[in-house]
Each structure stands twice: as structure tokens, then as C-alpha cells.
Write a protein that binds this ligand. Structure first.
Ligand code: ARG
Length: 463
């Protein structure tokens, strides 16, 4: 090798570029994270070029071996990253040239970084969707464990954060099971739409070679190839969709966390967090702070911001590729790095929750939560619901004025508000209230039991 050959290959794109402009444009600091997908896509492309006789088969083989080598170097932490090569694509291609020489120069036949990066991003989003669905499953299992372990526990259900009607804690937890189930569906939908191969679109117009796109698609696990080359290199709606699905998921997780924060306060006292998931205060020795739940609640804001970032990046772009699109990456990586750990940590957080059944049950019967049941009682005796509602409203105000609960009133007092009341109204309690709500989707114990079983079955089938 002459001295000339030993110099690292120059960037094919940054020749003569002002170093400040290069530094400003470089994405290598973060897009190196796409190395795995970038190499997989390049191997598939090289194989196809060889098979189609677009480049010599020996060159395709040398390219593939070189790329495998590079993958190992990266994974061993031995890859010589170069900041003067702006992105992951150029870093890998230039390293390949150092390893296999001239043949490396044939890899970029019939492609452009525009269809290359779109391909990498789709592969990354598809994997992230799989990761998110797996995370949801783990959380759902933890929700079910907690619900099953506290199957009998009755708590107040709330509207306006006012005690409303008794419900089973398990029913309340199953509400979250349903919410995150829809989140998982959104991620699989997102994956379905991301699942389309851009390679073959070239810079924007397609490529003038007899390529086999179906082959590349099947090598990479894509179900289909894109139908329009301009669309394929221009749009990042699949990133926006992933961000939206993540934002909605974080919103759900944040609500769950908010309830853990509320419930673990002395005011509610429905749950206690074990020491391994509650932090102490540096000055108040009595504190058991639900920091993990608070941070998860707080981090939802980051993910909303990332959704807004990609939508804003895309909204003014003329077709086709524009460099602005490089800005799709950091917010996406940040969302993945926020969402997946949040899903992962909430499962053990739920395991760290101990329910104070007595306290929840006491709250379930307090604050006139059985007033609706008293009204329903009158309805069963023939009163129109609106009249029953009014009579019980007056009854409650009367009880309140005495500082008494409904079950501390005598039948005689009840009857002052409606002659339809009789003995049995004195038996109303949280248990009878939940048992009465025996409709599909209701909180009656047998319905909740069936829902728990159904949820378990669903989880098993989803594995
Ligand atoms: N780093 C670029 C990106 O992330 C890769 C594509 C560059 N294409 C180009 N025409 N400059 O979008």
C-alpha cells in the first residue's frame, strides 16, 4: 500500500465543507444507534446486487463479510468512529473500504442514503413496536397479579375525585388492563404501517438498475415494498405514529402513577409501597415517597414534546427528502428510552404495592356512596328514578345535618322521605352495592372474576 492508500478514506459528501458546517450537520453522535439495522439492510442490498448481476458476486460476498466484521467491531466497542464522516451510513461505508478495498465502492450502487435511512428507521420503529407490546404484556401481567391477590377488596370508585360508588379494586385495576391493551393494539397497527421497504427508491425517483426489491424485503422481514419512491424517502408518518402511540401510552401510565401517588398518601392510605420502591426524605425521617410513580408521571411530558417535535418537523417540508428529516431521530430515541423503561419499572412497582383492604373498604361505605343504591331501591319499589333521586338527596342532607351515615338512620327516618322504604333498605352495604351491578362490564364480583379469567387467557394467547 502506498502512503496515499493508508490515509483514511475521505467523506464523499463533506469534501471542502467548513468544519463548523460539518459539525453542525453531523448525526453520527446519535444515529450510530442504527448500526444494526443499517448493516442488515446493506447486507440484503449487496446480496441482491450480486444475485441480479449488478455487481460481481465475489464483490457482494466480500461486502457481506466486511459488514459482518464491522458489526462485530461495533459490538466489541472497537469500531473507530469518525466524527468527520457525518452519519452512520458513511462511517460504515468508509470503514468497509478500509477493510475490503475497492469492492466497497460497489455497495452504494442502486441506492441513496435517502432510501437507506428511511429503511433503517422503519426497521428501528418496527422493533420498537415489538418492544412496546412486550412491555405492555409484562405490565398487564403485574396488573392481573395485583388484582387477583386482592380479588375481594372493595374501594370507593370516584368521579370528580369525590367518592361515588363502591367498586372492586380488581375492577379498577382491570380498567388499566383495558387501556394498555388498546395501547398494544396501537403499536401493532403502527408496526403494520411501518412494515414497508423503501430501498429501491433511490434518492427519490427510483433507480436505473434491474433490482429485486421483493428479495430485499423478504431478507429484511418486510411484508411489502413501498409503492411510491417519492413518498418512501419523504415521509416519516410512521415515526409520528409511534410517537403518538407512545404519548397515549405514557398518558395512561401517568394516570396509573397518579393513583399510586394518591393512594399511598396518608389522606387515602389505600396502599403502602415496600421499602424497595419508596424513597426516604433527606430531612423528614417518616417519609416514604413514591418517586418512581412521580417520575413516570413526569416523563410523560417529554414524550408529548417528542410527538410535537416530529409533527412540527414534517409539516412544512416540500417533497421529497430534506435534511430536516434527520431531526426525526433524537426525539424517537428519547421516546423509546423513556417508554420502554417506564413500562418495565411499573411491573415491579405494582409488586411493591400492599393494599390496606380495611381502609379501602371503610372508605367505600363512607361519604354516602350508597345513596345511588338507596335510590335504586325505591325504583325497584316502583318510584320513577328522578323522584327517588330527589327523595334520597333530601335523606342524605338530613343525615349529613346529624353527622350520621345512611346506615345509622332508623327505618322511621327513612320513611319520612319515602313511604316505599322498608326493612331491607337497612341492609344496603358496599358488598350488596357491587353485587347489584351485575351487568356485562360491571363491578359485580362474578363479572369481575370472569373478566380476570378472560384477561389471563388473553395474555396467555398473546405470548
Ligand atoms: N443522516 C441523514 C438523515 O438522517 C441521512 C440521509 C442523508 N441524505 C442526504 N441527502 N443528505 O436523514
Amino acid at each position: 500500500m502506498s502512503a496515499q492508500d493508508r490515509r483514511p478514506p475521505e467523506s464523499p459528501t463533506a469534501r471542502g465543507l467548513d468544519p463548523r458546517a460539518l459539525r453542525y450537520s453531523a448525526s453520527i453522535a446519535y444515529d450510530r444507534r442504527l448500526y444494526h439495522h443499517d448493516i442488515a439492510a446493506s447486507i440484503a442490498h449487496a446480496r441482491m446486487l450480486g444475485r441480479q448481476g449488478i455487481i460481481p458476486v465475489e464483490d457482494a460476498e466480500a461486502i457481506e463479510r466486511g459488514l459482518e466484521d464491522i458489526r462485530q467491531e461495533i459490538e466489541a466497542g472497537q469500531f473507530p468512529w469518525r466524527e468527520d464522516l457525518e452519519d452512520i451510513h458513511l462511517n460504515i461505508e468508509m470503514r468497509l473500504r478500509e477493510k475490503i478495498g475497492e469492492a466497497a465502492g460497489r455497495l452504494h450502487t442502486a441506492r441513496s442514503r435517502n432510501d437507506q435511512v428511511a429503511t433503517d428507521m422503519r426497521l428501528f420503529v418496527m422493533d420498537s413496536c415489538d418492544g412496546a407490546v412486550a412491555g405492555v404484556r409484562v405490565l398487564q401481567a403485574a396488573l392481573l397479579d395485583l388484582a387477583e391477590a386482592n380479588r375481594e377488596v372493595i374501594m370507593p370508585g370516584y368521579t370528580h375525585l369525590q367518592r361515588a360508588q363502591p367498586v372492586l379494586l380488581a375492577h379498577h385495576l382491570l380498567a388499566y388492563f383495558e387501556m394498555v391493551e388498546r395501547d398494544a393494539e396501537r403499536f401493532s397497527d403502527c408496526r403494520t404501517r411501518a412494515d414497508e421497504l423503501p430501498l429501491g427508491s433511490g434518492a427519490l425517483a427510483g433507480v436505473p438498475y434491474p433490482i429485486d426489491r421483493e428479495f430485499v424485503a423478504s431478507e429484511l422481514g418486510f411484508s411489502r415494498v413501498s409503492r411510491n419512491s417519492i413518498d418512501a424517502v419523504s415521509d416519516r408518518d410512521f415515526v409520528a405514529e409511534f410517537q403518538a402511540a407512545s404519548a397515549i401510552t405514557m398518558m395512561h401510565l401517568s394516570r396509573l402513577c397518579e393513583e399510586i401517588v394518591l393512594w399511598s398518601s396518608a389522606e387515602f392510605g389505600f396502599v403502602k409501597l415496600s421499602a424497595d420502591f419508596a424513597t426516604g426524605s433527606s430531612i423528614m425521617p417518616q417519609k416514604r415517597n413514591p418517586d418512581v410513580a412521580e417520575l413516570a408521571r413526569g416523563r410523560s411530558g417529554r414524550v408529548y414534546g417528542n410527538l410535537l417535535a416530529i409533527l412540527t418537523t414534517l409539516k412544512g417540508l416540500p417533497l421529497a427528502y430534506n435534511r430536516d428529516l434527520q431531526e426525526d431521530k433524537q426525539p424517537l430515541f428519547d421516546t423509546v428510552d423513556t417508554l420502554l423503561p417506564t413500562l418495565e419499572v411499573l411491573a415491579p412497582l405494582l409488586t411493591a404495592v400492599t393494599v390496606d383492604a380495611a381502609r379501602a373498604q371503610a372508605a367505600a361505605g363512607a361519604s354516602y356512596t350508597l345513596a345511588t343504591d338507596a335510590a335504586d331501591y325505591l325504583v325497584r319499589k316502583g318510584a320513577p328514578f328522578r323522584e327517588a333521586h330527589q327523595a334520597v338527596g333530601e335523606l342524605v342532607r338530613y343525615a349529613e345535618s346529624l353527622g350520621k351515615a345512611l346506615n345509622e338512620l332508623s327505618l322511621e327516618e327513612y320513611r319520612r322521605y319515602s313511604p316505599l322504604f322498608d326493612e331491607a333498605v337497612l341492609n344496603l352495604d358496599p358488598r350488596s352495592a357491587i353485587e347489584a351491578r351485575d351487568v356485562p362490564g360491571g363491578t359485580a364480583p362474578r363479572r369481575v372474576q370472569a373478566a380476570l379469567q378472560q384477561a389471563r387467557r388473553h395474555l396467555r394467547e398473546a405470548q
